[in-house]
Every structure is written in structure tokens, then in C-alpha cells.
Write a protein that binds this ligand. Structure first.
Ligand SMILES: *Cc1c(COP(=O)(O)O)cnc(C)c1O
Length: 365
């Protein structure tokens, strides 16, 4: 039996009728960019995230980049980012012309350590991008206090955390603005690229809307040198169907996570720690193991789809040699990258498949 890391085909099979209807509706509408579907989706996503504004954009990386641009952040500015994240968080900062300044995570939660944030603030710091990594919300309150004290913006990278809650409140409205990705493998995924910006700041939403559509509010009137990064009608129509099922699918992920926590705790595996104020949505179920590379190889060769998120931290990527960080610059992040392994946690794993994964993985406990 081969168990895939994530089975998107089964997910779409479950919703096939509704997805087909959405597809046909767009095809027959004759309107494919910035029409009714995007408008409706934005409204529904705002309600879901408990925010007043959503703007559909081309992808998650652009969502973060456009937020930075809309806040006027650019060359000469610094933006604090987690040292432990997917490289897109850093790239968004680089796209804007600003410099990403990494801060180490808390080894228990893998999210940025609020205690270390203040030490990284300089007179050039304009914002901090907090990532809700693996679907678990970061500790926002202490970060908001520090940000307020220094007059800097708090931006959420919520690409892995659609629906997660921090102290009862949904991510997406916990800072000044948030970027979401609808890459197919995310908890809420399109059948192609997509993203959104959420915020309670009407001016920010308006600026992102202008920037993502060639820098214009009115067609052919270009106020600034904008970008082309729009969520398209087809993806919006698909996302509307999938949004209705998001909570149910997140719940299935939580059930699988609970099972893993029960079966894998207390041995050689370090299992995820969930603070009592966090309601994660388990985008990934990440364990740590000292023999990660060997385990990765064995499990994959036994047909268990496991992945590494991520094998190389951003500061050691070729793309960022210019910043001058070296091995040892961010030891906590490097340790995490050396030991993490992601187990399958997609909502469409069968009971039989889950039992098989647990049986194989437990051999290394
Ligand atoms: C997926 C992801 C992004 C980027 O999203 P895209 O839609 O692929 O551009 C950004 N940040 C994090 C943490 C992600 O996981």
C-alpha cells in the first residue's frame, strides 16, 4: 500500500459536483478577471477570517509583497522575519527592496520568539512579518505590544493557517494586515495559484487593490507603477466551494493530529507542542527525530509519503548569500531544519492508511 503525503484528487472528488457547477458558472459568465466570483469570495473570506476587508491576489508571496508596498516599505528599510520559515516570507521583503532581518524561533513551537524580536529592532525597522508556521498561530500579544511601542507594523503570513485561532480569534485579523496563499496544497487551496490580503484597515485594502491591478482604481488611469497580481474568477469560484468545507476538513486534520500525538509521544520523537491559547489547523504535522535523514529514507522506501519542511533554512540558501549569514548564524533554526519530518495529515487519509503510517513510524520510536 502506497500512502501519498497529500491526496488532492480525493479531496476534489468529494466536492466534484459543486466544483463542476462553479467551473461551468464561470465559463458561461463570459467574465474571467475581477468579476462577481472574486467579489463574492472576498466577502465570504472576510467573514470567515472575522475581518472587514479581503483582496484577492495572484498568490501568497504577492499578498505579502503587496502589503509591504502598500505600507510604503522599501529600499533602506528593515523587516523582521522568522529565521525558520518558507523562503517566500523573506522573498516578499526582498521584492519590496527592504532587507529581511531574521529572528530565531522558540524551539517548542517553531514560531518566532517574541523575547528576541525587540533585540532585532533598529531605527530602520518598519515591520515584522509573523508566520503561523505549520498551521499553529504565533504568540501575537507580546509581539503587538513591542510593535506598538516602536511604531512598526505587524504583518501575518497566514499561508499555512487558514482558520487557526489565537485566544479564540481567527488569524488574518490579528495584526495590521495578513497574507494568505491558496496554493493547491494549503488548507484552503485553489486548482492553481491564488492568494489574498486580509485587513481591518480600509486604506490598506484600497491600496493593495490598486497595486495588484496595474496601479489603477479606474481602468487606464495608472496612479503608480503597479503590478498584475489578481485572483482570477475560476479560482475564486473553486475557492468558494472549498471554503464551505474548510472547517470540516480542518477538523479531520485535528483528529489525525490527536491520534499521532497519542501514538507517538514519549519515545524518540519530539511531537508538536500546542500552547493552551492556540487552536492550530495542522497544515503540517511535524515531528523531530535525531536520525531524521535515515527515517525519511526508510519511510519513503516503504511507501509512506513523508516530506521535510524545510531541508535548508533561508539564510543558508544560495539566494541569500548576499546577506552574509553563515552556518551557525541561526543555530535554533538550523537544528530544526536538520531534524524535522512531516507526516501525512491530509483530510482524505483513510483509517487504514493512518494505521499503516503509525505502525511504520512507531518502529523508529
Ligand atoms: C506557501 C507559502 C507562501 C507562499 O505562497 P504562494 O502562494 O506559493 O506564493 C508564503 N509563506 C508561507 C509560510 C507559505 O507556506
Amino acid at each position: 500500500m502506497k500512502i501519498p503525503f497529500l491526496d488532492l484528487k480525493s479531496a476534489h472528488e468529494e466536492l466534484r459536483k459543486d466544483l463542476q457547477k462553479a467551473y461551468d458558472r464561470v465559463l458561461e459568465s463570459g467574465s474571467y478577471i475581477l468579476g462577481k466570483e472574486v467579489e463574492q469570495f472576498e466577502e465570504e473570506f472576510s467573514e470567515y477570517c472575522q475581518v472587514s476587508h479581503s483582496v484577492g491576489v495572484g498568490n501568497g508571496l504577492d499578498a505579502l509583497h503587496l502589503i509591504l508596498r502598500a505600507f510604503g516599505i522599501g529600499a533602506g528599510d528593515e523587516v523582521i522575519v522568522p529565521s525558520n520559515t518558507y523562503i517566500a516570507t523573506w522573498l516578499a521583503v526582498s521584492y519590496s527592496g527592504a532587507t529581511p532581518v531574521p529572528v530565531e524561533p522558540d524551539l517548542a513551537t517553531y514560531n518566532i520568539d517574541p523575547m528576541k524580536v525587540e533585540l532585532a529592532i533598529t531605527s530602520r525597522t518598519k515591520a515584522i512579518i509573523v508566520v503561523h508556521l505549520y498551521g499553529q498561530p504565533a504568540d501575537m500579544d507580546p509581539i503587538s505590544v513591542i510593535a506598538k511601542k516602536h511604531g512598526i507594523k505587524v504583518i501575518e503570513d497566514a499561508a499555512q493557517a487558514h482558520g487557526a485561532r489565537y485566544k479564540g480569534r481567527r488569524v488574518g485579523g490579528l495584526g495590521d494586515a495578513a497574507g494568505f496563499s491558496f496554493y493547491p496544497g494549503k488548507n484552503l487551496g485553489a486548482i492553481g495559484d491564488g492568494g489574498a490580503v486580509t485587513t481591518n484597515d480600509a486604506d490598506l485594502a484600497d491600496r493593495v487593490r490598486m497595486l495588484c491591478n496595474y496601479g489603477s482604481h479606474i481602468k487606464y488611469h495608472n496612479e503608480v507603477k503597479g503590478f498584475n497580481s489578481r485572483l482570477d474568477e475560476l479560482q475564486a469560484a473553486i475557492l468558494r466551494v472549498k471554503l464551505e468545507n474548510l472547517d470540516q476538513w480542518n477538523l479531520r486534520r485535528a483528529e489525525i493530529a490527536a491520534r499521532y500525538l497519542k501514538e507517538l509521544s514519549g519515545g524518540k520523537f519530539l511531537t508538536p507542542v500546542v500552547p493552551d491559547w492556540a487552536e492550530p489547523v495542522w497544515h503540517l504535522f511535524v515531528v523531530r527525530h535525531v536520525d531524521r535523514d535515515l527515517l525519511h529514507k526508510i519511510l519513503n522506501s516503504n511507501g509512506i509519503g513523508v516530506l521535510i519542511h524545510y531541508p535548508i533554512p533561508p539564510h543558508l540558501q544560495g539566494a541569500y548569500t548576499d546577506l552574509g549569514h553563515v552556518k551557525g548564524s541561526f543555530p535554533i533554526s538550523e537544528l530544526i531544519h536538520d531534524e524535522v519530518l512531516s507526516l501525512p495529515i491530509g483530510p482524505h487519509i483513510s483509517a487504514q492508511q493512518l494505521a499503516m503510517v503509525i505502525k511504520e513510524v512507531r518502529k523508529a520510536n
